[in-house]
Design a protein around this ligand. Structure first.
Ligand SMILES: Cc1cc2nc3c(=O)[nH]c(=O)nc-3n(C[C@H](O)[C@H](O)[C@H](O)COP(=O)(O)OP(=O)(O)OC[C@H]3O[C@@H](n4cnc5c(N)ncnc54)[C@H](O)[C@@H]3O)c2cc1C
Length: 387
């Protein structure tokens, strides 16, 4: 219903590309926590980073179902970390450039990002708190034709090996969420230092704690209007949350397919284990939950592609899909018995990687708060760009 023949051809060629160019390196990158630069350039050459970027800016300007395919296939090579590095660049950092970058900013940062020459990241979360975005403490003080940035960010995907950060900082600390602005900061600037964090999953991706000590940023690197950063972040969250929902259904689908294959081959008591009712029924429940999330996510992306502002739907997508994927990963590991626990089989990594779903990009508790405000308090979220 949603995918044309062109979409399917794209899926096939992406699968071939990932199998040939990425899969042979994944175990090494998971071990070292470093994705080598050559693969970013290859993604750039293939146009994968520019699926949602306008043709004028070097992208392909395609509908969002190409993005869905990109995300789904990345999940199916079983490295949540590799996938995160790619989509954080293409959809966390580049979404802000696509939407709010001016011509000079697009030339300097967006087009090289499409080409895989520059790697981007998004810096919102801080050591003092990630959920309370308005409470951020990093400041950007205007001095002549520059801003001077002081403060710190944490948990930043691509923050160690990236080239630039789309940074949220307070240009007017007395104005609450109306004092937040977005700046593009070159990560090689004097005064920026990065510490790589060791983590449970997403091991191929680098996650940084970043400190900014009197970092001088050209005022020309302000994105959009000063003081509008909070609304830009909230607007971008709809896509980010939907992306995490789509990642979750794809990861769950992959886990179920793998488990079903395994269960058809593994025998106990002289029968394949897929013949035991206890396992069959659990598998059916998981499959049904996965399929409900998948169809819902397709529907929401369809609405978003038509320009609808889908805050409620994207929030529900992430809330439910990431919980479903965690349940699927947990039980599929169980279906494999002891082999589920062994690194040579995909479930151990999948379970680790999946656990970030209900945390990153807005925790499930915060998402429930947002949905409660919409459905109980009748709060309306309108797209800032449509006001
Ligand atoms: C691997 C990884 C990659 C990430 N990548 C990025 C990135 O690229 N860019 C970026 O900006 N951030 C990134 N994040 C940060 C992520 O978005 C935050 O971790 C998340 O938003 C939660 O913030 P916190 O960790 O500070 O938790 P806190 O805000 O300290 O919350 C702690 C706990 O309290 C709960 N809680 C907080 N407030 C409330 C409330 N009002 N009601 C009920 N419960 C509440 C939370 O749900 C959570 O369970 C990443 C995180 C990880 C782990």
């Amino acid at each position: 219903m949603y995918f044309t023949e062109e979409h399917q051809l794209f899926r096939g060629s992406l699968q071939d590309f990932l199998k040939k160019e990425v899969v042979p390196h994944i175990d090494k990158w998971e071990e070292t926590g470093t994705i080598e630069r050559f693969i970013w350039e290859k993604f750039g050459e293939m146009g994968y980073f520019g699926l949602a970027t306008a043709e004028n800016d070097g992208g392909l300007g395609l509908d969002l179902f190409y993005t869905v395919i990109f995300l789904e296939e990345l999940q199916k090579i079983d490295s949540g970390g590799f996938a995160a590095a790619m989509w954080a660049h293409a959809y966390l950092a580049m979404t802000h450039l696509n939407k709010n970058g001016n011509a000079a900013q697009k030339k300097e940062f967006l087009t090289p990002s499409v080409n895989g020459e520059k790697i981007g990241c998004l810096g919102v979360s801080e050591p003092f708190g990630g959920s309370d975005v308005a409470g951020m403490r990093t400041t950007a003080t205007k001095k002549g034709d520059t801003y001077v940035v002081n403060g710190s960010k944490t948990f930043i995907t691509n923050g160690v090996y990236g080239d630039y950060i789309i940074l949220a900082a307070k240009t007017d600390p007395s104005a609450g969420n109306k004092g937040i602005s977005i700046l593009i900061v070159d990560l090689k600037s004097d005064g920026v230092s990065a510490n790589k964090l060791n983590k449970l999953g997403w091991r191929a991706s680098d996650t940084a704690e970043l400190a900014f000590d009197n970092v001088v940023v050209p005022a020309a690197n302000l994105m959009g209007e000063e003081g509008k950063g909070f609304t830009y972040i909230m607007e971008a969250f709809a896509l980010e949350r939907l992306i995490m929902g789509i990642n979750a259904h794809a990861r769950a689908e992959y886990a179920l397919e793998y488990a079903m294959q395994y269960m058809s081959e593994r025998e106990t008591f002289g029968r394949p284990i897929n013949q035991y009712q206890a396992l069959r029924h659990r598998l059916v429940d998981l499959h049904a939950d996965m399929d409900m999330c998948k169809q819902y996510n397709y529907h929401v992306i369809y609405k978003m592609d038509r320009g609808e502002y889908v805050v409620r739907e994207a929030t529900i997508s992430k809330l439910r899909s990431t919980k479903m994927a965690d349940d699927v990963a947990y039980d599929c590991l169980q279906f494999l018995g002891g082999y589920g626990y062994i690194e040579d089989y995909p479930m151990a990594r999948l379970l680790r990687d999946s656990r970030l779903g209900p945390i990153g990009g807005g925790t499930s508790e915060i998402l429930r708060e947002i949905i409660a405000k919409i459905i109980i308090d009748k709060k309306e979220y309108r797209s800032p760009s449509k006001k």
